[in-house]
Design a protein around this ligand. Structure first.
Ligand SMILES: [Zn+2]
Length: 434
Protein backbone atom coordinates (compact mmCIF):
# COMPACT_ATOMS: atom_id res chain seq x y z
CA UNK A 1 0.00 0.00 0.00
CA UNK A 2 1.27 3.42 -0.89
CA UNK A 3 0.41 6.40 1.22
CA UNK A 4 1.89 9.84 1.35
CA UNK A 5 4.14 10.56 4.31
CA UNK A 6 2.72 14.00 4.88
CA UNK A 7 -0.45 15.81 4.08
CA UNK A 8 0.01 17.44 0.65
CA UNK A 9 -1.52 20.75 1.53
CA UNK A 10 -2.00 21.82 -2.05
CA UNK A 11 -4.31 18.91 -2.83
CA UNK A 12 -7.90 20.02 -2.56
CA UNK A 13 -6.94 23.12 -0.63
CA UNK A 14 -9.38 25.37 -2.41
CA UNK A 15 -12.36 23.12 -1.78
CA UNK A 16 -11.80 22.09 1.85
CA UNK A 17 -14.82 22.74 4.03
CA UNK A 18 -14.73 25.10 6.97
CA UNK A 19 -13.59 23.29 10.11
CA UNK A 20 -16.43 22.22 12.40
CA UNK A 21 -16.28 23.47 15.98
CA UNK A 22 -16.34 21.93 19.46
CA UNK A 23 -17.47 18.32 19.85
CA UNK A 24 -17.99 17.91 16.10
CA UNK A 25 -14.44 19.12 15.44
CA UNK A 26 -13.05 16.64 17.95
CA UNK A 27 -15.05 13.79 16.38
CA UNK A 28 -13.91 14.73 12.88
CA UNK A 29 -10.27 14.89 14.05
CA UNK A 30 -10.58 11.47 15.72
CA UNK A 31 -12.19 9.91 12.62
CA UNK A 32 -9.24 11.23 10.63
CA UNK A 33 -6.77 9.95 13.22
CA UNK A 34 -8.20 6.41 13.07
CA UNK A 35 -8.55 6.32 9.30
CA UNK A 36 -5.00 7.58 8.78
CA UNK A 37 -3.68 5.08 11.33
CA UNK A 38 -5.33 2.19 9.46
CA UNK A 39 -4.14 3.61 6.13
CA UNK A 40 -0.52 3.80 7.28
CA UNK A 41 -0.29 0.73 9.50
CA UNK A 42 -2.79 -1.67 7.93
CA UNK A 43 -5.72 -3.60 9.43
CA UNK A 44 -5.90 -4.13 13.20
CA UNK A 45 -8.45 -4.83 15.95
CA UNK A 46 -10.42 -2.17 17.82
CA UNK A 47 -8.44 -3.08 20.98
CA UNK A 48 -5.11 -2.54 19.19
CA UNK A 49 -6.38 0.71 17.68
CA UNK A 50 -7.34 1.96 21.16
CA UNK A 51 -3.95 0.96 22.55
CA UNK A 52 -1.99 2.60 19.72
CA UNK A 53 -3.96 5.84 19.38
CA UNK A 54 -4.68 6.49 23.06
CA UNK A 55 -8.45 6.69 22.40
CA UNK A 56 -10.79 4.77 24.73
CA UNK A 57 -12.16 1.43 23.53
CA UNK A 58 -15.70 2.84 23.60
CA UNK A 59 -14.63 5.80 21.43
CA UNK A 60 -12.86 3.52 18.97
CA UNK A 61 -15.94 1.29 18.68
CA UNK A 62 -18.19 4.26 18.01
CA UNK A 63 -15.75 5.93 15.56
CA UNK A 64 -15.19 2.68 13.66
CA UNK A 65 -18.93 2.30 13.33
CA UNK A 66 -19.12 5.82 11.83
CA UNK A 67 -16.27 5.05 9.42
CA UNK A 68 -18.04 1.83 8.38
CA UNK A 69 -21.27 3.76 7.69
CA UNK A 70 -19.23 6.10 5.48
CA UNK A 71 -17.97 3.02 3.61
CA UNK A 72 -14.38 3.77 4.56
CA UNK A 73 -13.60 0.69 6.68
CA UNK A 74 -14.80 -2.90 6.80
CA UNK A 75 -14.38 -5.95 9.00
CA UNK A 76 -11.40 -8.13 8.14
CA UNK A 77 -10.01 -11.35 9.55
CA UNK A 78 -9.47 -12.23 13.21
CA UNK A 79 -6.36 -10.39 14.38
CA UNK A 80 -3.39 -12.67 14.87
CA UNK A 81 -1.00 -10.66 16.97
CA UNK A 82 0.14 -11.06 20.56
CA UNK A 83 -2.56 -8.98 22.24
CA UNK A 84 -3.87 -9.83 25.69
CA UNK A 85 -7.43 -11.16 26.00
CA UNK A 86 -9.80 -12.31 23.29
CA UNK A 87 -8.51 -11.93 19.73
CA UNK A 88 -10.52 -9.19 17.97
CA UNK A 89 -11.71 -8.91 14.41
CA UNK A 90 -9.52 -6.65 12.32
CA UNK A 91 -10.84 -3.39 10.97
CA UNK A 92 -9.33 -2.46 7.65
CA UNK A 93 -9.61 0.22 4.98
CA UNK A 94 -12.35 -0.63 2.51
CA UNK A 95 -11.36 -0.67 -1.17
CA UNK A 96 -15.02 -0.52 -2.25
CA UNK A 97 -16.27 3.01 -1.83
CA UNK A 98 -13.72 5.81 -2.26
CA UNK A 99 -11.04 6.42 -4.86
CA UNK A 100 -8.71 9.16 -6.07
CA UNK A 101 -7.49 9.96 -9.58
CA UNK A 102 -4.08 11.24 -10.59
CA UNK A 103 -3.24 12.48 -14.09
CA UNK A 104 0.16 13.40 -15.41
CA UNK A 105 0.08 15.88 -18.26
CA UNK A 106 3.41 15.55 -19.96
CA UNK A 107 4.76 16.97 -23.19
CA UNK A 108 4.84 13.41 -24.59
CA UNK A 109 2.01 11.55 -22.90
CA UNK A 110 -0.94 11.60 -20.55
CA UNK A 111 -0.94 9.02 -17.76
CA UNK A 112 -3.99 8.39 -15.60
CA UNK A 113 -4.22 6.34 -12.41
CA UNK A 114 -7.32 5.44 -10.38
CA UNK A 115 -6.63 4.10 -6.90
CA UNK A 116 -8.99 3.09 -4.15
CA UNK A 117 -8.57 4.15 -0.54
CA UNK A 118 -6.93 0.83 0.31
CA UNK A 119 -4.14 1.75 -2.13
CA UNK A 120 -4.97 -0.67 -4.93
CA UNK A 121 -4.58 0.60 -8.48
CA UNK A 122 -7.95 -0.02 -10.16
CA UNK A 123 -7.30 1.53 -13.56
CA UNK A 124 -4.40 3.07 -15.44
CA UNK A 125 -3.90 4.37 -18.92
CA UNK A 126 -1.06 6.07 -20.71
CA UNK A 127 -1.55 7.65 -24.11
CA UNK A 128 0.70 9.78 -26.33
CA UNK A 129 -0.21 13.41 -26.91
CA UNK A 130 -2.95 13.53 -29.57
CA UNK A 131 -2.00 13.40 -33.22
CA UNK A 132 -4.25 16.28 -34.22
CA UNK A 133 -1.93 18.63 -32.35
CA UNK A 134 0.70 18.14 -35.02
CA UNK A 135 -1.19 20.36 -37.44
CA UNK A 136 -1.25 23.24 -34.99
CA UNK A 137 2.23 22.99 -33.54
CA UNK A 138 4.28 25.88 -34.88
CA UNK A 139 7.71 25.11 -33.50
CA UNK A 140 7.25 21.56 -32.32
CA UNK A 141 7.00 22.74 -28.71
CA UNK A 142 3.97 24.98 -28.43
CA UNK A 143 0.77 23.07 -27.81
CA UNK A 144 -2.60 24.89 -27.86
CA UNK A 145 -3.98 24.59 -24.29
CA UNK A 146 -7.59 24.25 -25.49
CA UNK A 147 -6.89 21.14 -27.58
CA UNK A 148 -4.67 19.56 -24.95
CA UNK A 149 -7.22 20.15 -22.20
CA UNK A 150 -10.00 18.66 -24.38
CA UNK A 151 -7.88 15.55 -24.50
CA UNK A 152 -7.16 15.63 -20.75
CA UNK A 153 -10.88 16.03 -20.00
CA UNK A 154 -11.63 13.05 -22.23
CA UNK A 155 -9.13 10.89 -20.33
CA UNK A 156 -10.56 12.05 -17.00
CA UNK A 157 -14.14 11.40 -18.12
CA UNK A 158 -13.11 7.88 -19.07
CA UNK A 159 -11.55 7.16 -15.68
CA UNK A 160 -14.54 8.72 -13.85
CA UNK A 161 -16.74 6.38 -15.87
CA UNK A 162 -14.60 3.41 -14.82
CA UNK A 163 -14.84 4.53 -11.17
CA UNK A 164 -18.60 4.84 -11.43
CA UNK A 165 -18.92 1.35 -12.97
CA UNK A 166 -16.89 -0.03 -10.06
CA UNK A 167 -19.14 1.78 -7.55
CA UNK A 168 -16.34 4.11 -6.44
CA UNK A 169 -16.90 7.71 -5.36
CA UNK A 170 -13.98 9.86 -6.53
CA UNK A 171 -12.70 12.09 -3.73
CA UNK A 172 -10.59 14.26 -6.00
CA UNK A 173 -8.40 14.54 -9.04
CA UNK A 174 -4.80 15.72 -8.83
CA UNK A 175 -3.21 16.76 -12.09
CA UNK A 176 0.52 17.08 -12.60
CA UNK A 177 1.36 19.64 -15.29
CA UNK A 178 4.97 20.02 -16.42
CA UNK A 179 5.74 23.32 -14.70
CA UNK A 180 5.38 25.54 -11.63
CA UNK A 181 1.86 25.85 -10.26
CA UNK A 182 -0.31 28.63 -8.91
CA UNK A 183 -2.00 26.58 -6.16
CA UNK A 184 -4.67 29.15 -5.31
CA UNK A 185 -5.68 29.70 -8.92
CA UNK A 186 -5.35 25.98 -9.88
CA UNK A 187 -3.35 27.08 -12.89
CA UNK A 188 0.07 26.39 -14.33
CA UNK A 189 2.26 29.48 -14.35
CA UNK A 190 4.77 28.38 -16.93
CA UNK A 191 5.05 25.09 -18.78
CA UNK A 192 8.08 25.86 -20.95
CA UNK A 193 7.98 22.47 -22.68
CA UNK A 194 4.36 22.99 -23.77
CA UNK A 195 4.84 26.68 -24.51
CA UNK A 196 2.21 27.65 -21.88
CA UNK A 197 2.00 30.68 -19.59
CA UNK A 198 -0.75 31.11 -16.95
CA UNK A 199 -3.16 28.43 -18.15
CA UNK A 200 -6.11 28.04 -15.70
CA UNK A 201 -6.21 24.24 -15.90
CA UNK A 202 -8.67 23.82 -13.00
CA UNK A 203 -11.24 26.23 -14.44
CA UNK A 204 -10.87 24.88 -17.98
CA UNK A 205 -11.31 21.26 -16.90
CA UNK A 206 -14.19 22.08 -14.55
CA UNK A 207 -16.03 23.64 -17.51
CA UNK A 208 -15.38 20.56 -19.65
CA UNK A 209 -16.30 17.98 -16.99
CA UNK A 210 -19.59 19.60 -15.96
CA UNK A 211 -21.07 20.55 -12.58
CA UNK A 212 -20.70 17.12 -10.93
CA UNK A 213 -16.92 16.95 -11.32
CA UNK A 214 -14.78 15.97 -8.31
CA UNK A 215 -12.46 18.48 -6.62
CA UNK A 216 -9.59 19.35 -8.96
CA UNK A 217 -6.15 20.31 -7.78
CA UNK A 218 -2.69 20.60 -9.26
CA UNK A 219 0.65 19.41 -8.03
CA UNK A 220 4.05 19.21 -9.63
CA UNK A 221 4.91 15.85 -11.25
CA UNK A 222 8.23 15.45 -9.44
CA UNK A 223 6.63 16.25 -6.08
CA UNK A 224 3.87 13.69 -6.67
CA UNK A 225 6.39 11.07 -7.79
CA UNK A 226 8.37 11.70 -4.61
CA UNK A 227 5.19 11.23 -2.56
CA UNK A 228 4.42 8.00 -4.41
CA UNK A 229 7.94 6.64 -3.92
CA UNK A 230 8.46 7.79 -0.31
CA UNK A 231 6.60 4.97 1.54
CA UNK A 232 8.88 2.31 0.00
CA UNK A 233 11.94 4.14 1.32
CA UNK A 234 10.32 5.13 4.64
CA UNK A 235 9.92 1.41 5.44
CA UNK A 236 13.75 1.28 5.36
CA UNK A 237 14.14 4.35 7.58
CA UNK A 238 14.84 6.77 4.71
CA UNK A 239 13.04 10.04 5.41
CA UNK A 240 15.17 12.48 3.38
CA UNK A 241 15.16 11.97 -0.34
CA UNK A 242 15.28 13.71 -3.68
CA UNK A 243 13.27 12.23 -6.55
CA UNK A 244 14.52 13.29 -9.98
CA UNK A 245 12.26 13.09 -13.03
CA UNK A 246 14.02 12.69 -16.32
CA UNK A 247 11.97 13.78 -19.30
CA UNK A 248 12.39 16.64 -21.77
CA UNK A 249 12.77 18.72 -18.61
CA UNK A 250 14.20 17.67 -15.28
CA UNK A 251 12.49 18.32 -11.94
CA UNK A 252 12.96 17.24 -8.35
CA UNK A 253 10.59 16.26 -5.56
CA UNK A 254 12.26 16.93 -2.22
CA UNK A 255 11.21 15.14 0.95
CA UNK A 256 12.96 16.19 4.15
CA UNK A 257 12.24 14.53 7.50
CA UNK A 258 9.29 12.76 5.87
CA UNK A 259 7.64 15.94 4.62
CA UNK A 260 7.34 17.27 1.11
CA UNK A 261 9.21 20.55 0.72
CA UNK A 262 7.11 22.83 -1.43
CA UNK A 263 8.99 26.09 -0.91
CA UNK A 264 7.56 29.52 -0.16
CA UNK A 265 5.57 29.73 -3.41
CA UNK A 266 5.60 26.08 -4.45
CA UNK A 267 8.59 26.48 -6.79
CA UNK A 268 10.97 24.13 -5.00
CA UNK A 269 12.60 21.46 -7.11
CA UNK A 270 12.97 23.38 -10.39
CA UNK A 271 16.42 21.85 -10.58
CA UNK A 272 16.44 21.49 -14.36
CA UNK A 273 17.23 25.19 -14.55
CA UNK A 274 20.22 25.19 -12.22
CA UNK A 275 22.86 26.97 -14.29
CA UNK A 276 25.89 24.74 -14.64
CA UNK A 277 27.58 26.23 -17.68
CA UNK A 278 27.31 29.98 -18.49
CA UNK A 279 28.74 29.28 -21.95
CA UNK A 280 26.42 26.33 -22.51
CA UNK A 281 23.46 25.65 -24.78
CA UNK A 282 20.44 28.02 -24.75
CA UNK A 283 17.62 26.66 -22.60
CA UNK A 284 13.87 26.92 -23.23
CA UNK A 285 13.68 29.12 -20.10
CA UNK A 286 15.80 31.80 -21.79
CA UNK A 287 18.99 31.17 -19.83
CA UNK A 288 22.08 29.24 -20.87
CA UNK A 289 23.69 26.04 -19.70
CA UNK A 290 20.79 24.86 -17.50
CA UNK A 291 21.16 21.32 -16.18
CA UNK A 292 18.32 20.01 -18.38
CA UNK A 293 20.13 21.14 -21.54
CA UNK A 294 22.71 18.52 -20.52
CA UNK A 295 20.55 15.68 -19.22
CA UNK A 296 17.04 16.20 -20.70
CA UNK A 297 15.61 13.35 -22.79
CA UNK A 298 16.06 15.30 -26.03
CA UNK A 299 19.84 15.35 -25.48
CA UNK A 300 19.69 11.57 -25.88
CA UNK A 301 17.33 11.73 -28.87
CA UNK A 302 19.57 14.34 -30.54
CA UNK A 303 22.26 11.77 -31.27
CA UNK A 304 19.85 9.65 -33.32
CA UNK A 305 18.91 10.00 -36.98
CA UNK A 306 16.08 12.40 -37.80
CA UNK A 307 13.60 9.65 -38.70
CA UNK A 308 14.46 7.32 -35.83
CA UNK A 309 11.28 5.89 -34.18
CA UNK A 310 12.55 6.91 -30.71
CA UNK A 311 12.23 10.55 -31.81
CA UNK A 312 8.59 10.16 -32.77
CA UNK A 313 6.17 11.87 -30.40
CA UNK A 314 3.47 9.71 -31.98
CA UNK A 315 4.68 6.61 -30.21
CA UNK A 316 3.94 5.88 -26.56
CA UNK A 317 6.89 6.85 -24.35
CA UNK A 318 7.48 3.26 -23.30
CA UNK A 319 7.83 2.14 -26.92
CA UNK A 320 10.34 4.91 -27.59
CA UNK A 321 12.36 3.83 -24.55
CA UNK A 322 12.19 0.19 -25.60
CA UNK A 323 13.49 1.17 -29.01
CA UNK A 324 16.42 3.00 -27.39
CA UNK A 325 17.09 -0.09 -25.31
CA UNK A 326 17.33 -2.21 -28.45
CA UNK A 327 19.81 0.26 -30.00
CA UNK A 328 21.91 0.30 -26.82
CA UNK A 329 21.96 -3.49 -26.63
CA UNK A 330 23.02 -3.61 -30.27
CA UNK A 331 26.02 -1.48 -29.22
CA UNK A 332 25.07 1.83 -30.89
CA UNK A 333 28.27 3.86 -30.29
CA UNK A 334 26.47 7.26 -30.38
CA UNK A 335 24.17 6.20 -27.54
CA UNK A 336 26.93 4.60 -25.50
CA UNK A 337 28.98 7.77 -25.75
CA UNK A 338 25.89 9.84 -24.86
CA UNK A 339 25.17 7.73 -21.78
CA UNK A 340 28.77 8.03 -20.56
CA UNK A 341 28.47 11.83 -20.78
CA UNK A 342 25.01 11.63 -19.23
CA UNK A 343 26.48 10.02 -16.09
CA UNK A 344 29.04 12.86 -15.75
CA UNK A 345 26.37 15.52 -16.33
CA UNK A 346 23.94 13.88 -13.92
CA UNK A 347 26.60 13.79 -11.22
CA UNK A 348 27.40 17.50 -11.73
CA UNK A 349 23.82 18.45 -10.89
CA UNK A 350 23.16 15.77 -8.27
CA UNK A 351 26.39 16.85 -6.54
CA UNK A 352 24.91 20.34 -6.07
CA UNK A 353 21.67 18.87 -4.67
CA UNK A 354 23.54 16.56 -2.32
CA UNK A 355 25.69 19.43 -1.00
CA UNK A 356 22.68 21.68 -0.45
CA UNK A 357 20.13 19.17 0.87
CA UNK A 358 22.15 16.29 2.36
CA UNK A 359 19.55 13.63 1.40
CA UNK A 360 19.83 9.96 2.35
CA UNK A 361 18.61 8.86 -1.08
CA UNK A 362 18.39 10.01 -4.68
CA UNK A 363 15.68 8.27 -6.70
CA UNK A 364 16.04 8.38 -10.48
CA UNK A 365 12.66 8.52 -12.23
CA UNK A 366 11.31 9.05 -15.74
CA UNK A 367 13.75 7.96 -18.45
CA UNK A 368 16.58 7.94 -15.89
CA UNK A 369 14.58 5.29 -14.01
CA UNK A 370 13.95 3.25 -17.15
CA UNK A 371 17.71 3.10 -17.72
CA UNK A 372 18.50 2.62 -14.02
CA UNK A 373 20.59 -0.46 -14.83
CA UNK A 374 22.94 1.75 -16.89
CA UNK A 375 22.92 4.81 -14.65
CA UNK A 376 22.51 3.94 -10.96
CA UNK A 377 25.80 2.10 -10.36
CA UNK A 378 27.90 4.65 -12.27
CA UNK A 379 26.22 7.65 -10.65
CA UNK A 380 26.63 6.01 -7.24
CA UNK A 381 30.36 5.43 -7.74
CA UNK A 382 30.94 8.98 -8.94
CA UNK A 383 29.03 10.42 -5.98
CA UNK A 384 30.94 8.19 -3.55
CA UNK A 385 34.20 9.46 -5.04
CA UNK A 386 33.31 13.11 -4.38
CA UNK A 387 32.07 12.52 -0.82
CA UNK A 388 33.05 15.25 1.65
CA UNK A 389 32.27 13.38 4.87
CA UNK A 390 32.06 9.63 5.37
CA UNK A 391 28.61 9.82 6.95
CA UNK A 392 27.19 11.91 4.11
CA UNK A 393 26.85 9.00 1.69
CA UNK A 394 23.74 9.13 -0.45
CA UNK A 395 22.08 6.01 -1.82
CA UNK A 396 21.10 6.12 -5.49
CA UNK A 397 18.25 3.94 -6.80
CA UNK A 398 15.88 3.78 -9.75
CA UNK A 399 12.18 4.49 -9.29
CA UNK A 400 10.11 1.31 -9.11
CA UNK A 401 6.92 3.04 -10.24
CA UNK A 402 7.87 3.58 -13.87
CA UNK A 403 6.38 6.28 -16.04
CA UNK A 404 3.16 6.31 -14.02
CA UNK A 405 4.83 7.49 -10.79
CA UNK A 406 3.36 11.01 -10.92
CA UNK A 407 -0.16 9.77 -11.78
CA UNK A 408 0.04 7.23 -8.97
CA UNK A 409 1.20 9.93 -6.53
CA UNK A 410 -1.60 12.18 -7.81
CA UNK A 411 -4.22 9.58 -6.93
CA UNK A 412 -2.67 9.21 -3.45
CA UNK A 413 -2.67 13.00 -3.00
CA UNK A 414 -6.36 13.16 -4.03
CA UNK A 415 -7.20 10.54 -1.38
CA UNK A 416 -5.56 12.77 1.23
CA UNK A 417 -8.75 14.85 1.21
CA UNK A 418 -10.69 11.96 2.73
CA UNK A 419 -7.92 10.93 5.11
CA UNK A 420 -7.89 14.52 6.37
CA UNK A 421 -11.69 14.80 6.56
CA UNK A 422 -13.46 11.39 6.41
CA UNK A 423 -16.87 13.11 6.55
CA UNK A 424 -16.35 14.22 2.94
CA UNK A 425 -17.22 10.67 1.83
CA UNK A 426 -20.91 10.25 0.99
CA UNK A 427 -22.50 7.73 3.43
CA UNK A 428 -23.15 4.33 1.88
CA UNK A 429 -26.84 4.41 2.80
CA UNK A 430 -27.62 7.50 0.68
CA UNK A 431 -26.77 5.52 -2.47
CA UNK A 432 -29.75 3.25 -1.84
CA UNK A 433 -32.19 5.70 -0.29
CA UNK A 434 -32.06 8.61 -2.74
ZN1 LIG B 1 16.61 26.68 -18.17
Amino acid sequence: MTSSPSSPRGAGRGSRRAAPVGHAAMRSANLSLLLRHLHTRGGRSRATLAQETGLSKASVTSLVSDLAELGLVQEGQVERRGTVGRPGTEVRISPQHVAGIGLELNVDYLAVCLRDLAGEVRFTSSVPMPYELDATVADGRSYPPGLVLDHVAQQLAESLEVASRKGLWVAGVTIAPPGPIDYEGVSVRVAANLGWTDVPIGEELAARLGPEHPALSLENDAKLSALAEAPRLARRGITDLVYLTGDMGVGAGIIAEGRLIRGWSGFSGEVGHIGLDPAGVACRCGRRGCWETMVGFDTVLAVLDEGDPARSGRLPMLERLEHLRVLLEAGDPRLHERFTRLVDDLVRGIGVLVDVLNPQAIVLGGYFGYFADLLVGRVQSALDARLLATDGRVEVSGSVLGLEAAASGGAAAALERVLEDPLLAPPLSTDASV
